[in-house]
Design a protein around this ligand. Structure first.
Ligand SMILES: Cc1cc2nc3c(=O)[nH]c(=O)nc-3n(C[C@H](O)[C@H](O)[C@H](O)COP(=O)(O)OP(=O)(O)OC[C@H]3O[C@@H](n4cnc5c(N)ncnc54)[C@H](O)[C@@H]3O)c2cc1C
Length: 407
C-alpha cells in the first residue's frame, strides 16, 4: 500500500473532473486525479457520437482555463436556432449575430472532448491515476484519506480536499452517507446521430411534433445529433423499430428541410429522471457534476450548471471571495490556506443554491412542457433543449420572437 499526499484529490476524470483538475493544477494546487477506467478513445465511427451542447458561458469558462483551444477543433458552433411546430406555418429563428454573440453554443462529442484534453493532463504536474477504482474516503480534522484499488494492488492517498465527480451512481457520495432525492418524469428520450442530405449550416433545429419534441444539433457538415422526447407508451415501439423504419419516422416528424435523412448511428433510449444529492458538501468533501445532480437530459443543462459550480469552487479556493463575509465581497485574490476548510465549503455551497434552484425549476418546467403530443413552442422549452438559456440577450430576443409566434 503506497501513501501520497496532495492538496486536492479529484475522483472521476469525466466531463467535469478532467477540466476541473486541469484548472486547479494551473491555479497552483497540487492535484491528484483518480479515474477508474483507462484513457478514453474517440469513437471510430463518426455516427457513433454522444454529444453535449455547451452554452456560450461554458465555452468562455473553458477558454479562461486555457482549455478551449484543445477542444475547439472538434466543436461545432450553433450559429442559428430554428424552432417550428409540425402542422403549423411559420418558424422562429434566432441568430448569434443578432444576439451579439459569436456563437449561441457549441456541440462537442464527449469522448473526443476527453481525448483532446488528455495530452494536457500528461503535460501537467498532477498525478493522473488511471485504472484507479476508489472504494471510499474517510476524513478527520486535518485531511482525508482516499482508498483505491489498481491492477497493482490496494493503495491510499491523503488529501486536504476531495472532489467527488464520480458520476450519478457516486460511490463516494454513498460512502459519505449523503442520500439522494429522485424524481421520475415518466418519460424517455431517444438520442443518436444521423446523416442528412443538405448541409445544416450550423443551425440547430427544434421541432415540436405529435410524437414529441425533436432537436437536431449540428455536428460535421452533413451530420447532426438528435434528441427525441417520447411518451412511455412509445418507448418499446421506438426501441423495436429497425434503423430504416426509425429514420423514416424521424424524417416524417422533421420534414425535408435538411433533405433526406440518410444514415443513422447507434441510438440510446434514456429515462428522464432527476437525481439530486441531499447535500453538496461533507467533511473535506465536495460533490460536483452528476454525483451532485443528474438533470433531465433533454434540458441540456446538466453540464453547464456543473461547470458553473466548478468555476465557483475554483474562485473560492483562489480566495476570490471573502467567505467569512456573508455578502461575498470580492477580497484580494489569495489562495486559501486549507482547501478543505468547513466554513469555506459551506460558503461555496450556499453561494450556488440560487443558480441550482433556478436550473431545477427550468428543468421541471421543461419536463412538464414536453408532456403531451401537442406541446406548443415556448422560449423556455426550446432554449432549454439546446442548453442555451444562459445567453441573456438571446433569451430576451427569443422571448419576443416566441410571443410573436404564439400570440
Ligand atoms: C444523454 C445525455 C445527454 C446530455 N446532454 C447534455 C447537454 O447537451 N448539455 C449539458 O449541459 N449536459 C448534458 N448532459 C449532462 C452531462 O452529460 C453531465 O452533466 C456530465 O456528463 C457530467 O459529467 P461528470 O464528470 O459529472 O460525470 P461522468 O461524465 O459520468 O464522469 C464520471 C467519471 O467518474 C469515473 N468514476 C466513477 N466511479 C469511480 C470510482 N469509484 N473511482 C474512480 N473513478 C470513478 C467514471 O469512470 C467517469 O469517468 C447530458 C446527459 C445525458 C445522460
Amino acid at each position: 500500500m503506497s501513501t501520497n499526499s496532495v492538496d486536492i484529490a479529484i475522483i472521476g476524470g469525466g466531463l467535469v473532473g478532467m477540466p476541473l483538475a486541469l484548472a486547479l493544477d494551473q491555479a497552483g494546487w497540487q492535484v491528484a486525479l483518480l479515474e477508474q477506467s483507462v484513457a478514453v478513445s474517440p469513437p471510430a465511427d463518426s455516427l457513433d457520437q454522444r454529444c453535449t451542447a455547451l452554452s456560450a458561458g461554458t465555452q468562455q469558462l473553458l477558454h479562461s482555463w486555457s482549455l478551449w483551444s484543445a477542444v475547439a477543433a472538434d466543436s461545432s458552433a450553433i450559429n442559428r436556432v430554428h424552432i417550428s411546430q409540425r402542422g403549423y406555418f411559420g418558424a422562429t429563428r434566432l441568430c448569434a449575430a443578432e444576439a451579439g454573440v459569436g456563437a449561441l453554443g457549441h456541440v462537442v462529442e464527449n469522448r473526443r472532448f476527453l481525448a483532446d484534453l488528455h495530452p494536457l493532463m500528461q503535460d501537467s504536474g498532477m498525478d493522473c491515476l488511471s485504472s484507479a477504482d476508489v472504494s471510499h474516503v474517510s476524513a478527520d480534522s486535518q485531511s482525508s484519506t482516499v482508498y483505491y484499488r489498481t491492477p497493482a494492488g490496494d493503495a491510499s492517498l491523503q488529501a486536504r480536499l476531495v472532489i467527488a465527480v464520480d458520476g450519478v451512481a457516486s460511490r463516494i457520495r454513498e460512502s459519505a452517507g449523503i442520500g439522494v432525492r429522485q424524481v421520475d418524469y415518466q418519460q424517455a428520450a431517444v438520442l443518436g446521430m444521423l446523416e442528412v442530405d443538405r448541409p445544416h449550416d450550423q443551425v440547430a433545429y427544434e421541432r415540436f411534433t405529435e410524437g414529441g419534441p425533436l432537436a437536431l444539433l449540428p455536428r460535421s457538415t452533413h451530420q447532426a445529433a438528435f434528441v427525441y422526447c417520447i411518451e412511455p407508451d412509445a418507448q418499446s415501439t421506438m426501441e423495436q423499430l429497425s434503423d430504416s423504419a426509425f429514420l423514416q419516422h424521424l424524417q416524417s416528424q422533421f420534414g425535408y428541410r435538411l433533405g433526406r435523412f440518410r444514415r443513422l448511428g447507434p441510438r440510446t433510449v434514456v429515462p428522464l429522471v432527476r437525481i439530486e444529492a441531499q447535500r453538496q458538501i461533507g467533511s473535506r468533501l465536495v460533490l460536483l457534476g452528476n454525483a451532485a445532480r443528474l438533470l433531465h437530459p433533454v434540458a441540456g443543462q446538466g453540464y453547464n450548471l456543473a461547470m458553473r459550480d466548478a468555476a465557483a469552487l475554483l474562485r473560492f479556493l483562489s480566495g476570490e471571495h471573502n467567505f467569512h463575509n456573508e455578502l461575498l465581497v470580492p477580497a484580494q485574490s489569495q489562495r486559501v490556506a486549507d482547501p478543505g476548510d468547513g466554513t469555506l465549503l459551506q460558503a461555496f455551497a450556499a453561494s450556488r443554491i440560487a443558480d441550482q434552484q433556478r436550473v431545477v425549476r427550468l428543468t421541471d418546467t421543461l419536463a412538464r412542457g414536453f408532456r403531451g403530443r401537442a406541446a406548443a413552442p415556448s422560449h423556455l422549452r426550446a432554449l432549454g433543449l439546446m442548453g442555451l438559456d444562459t445567453v441573456a440577450p438571446l433569451r430576451q430576443q427569443f422571448a419576443q420572437h416566441s410571443m410573436g409566434l404564439t400570440g
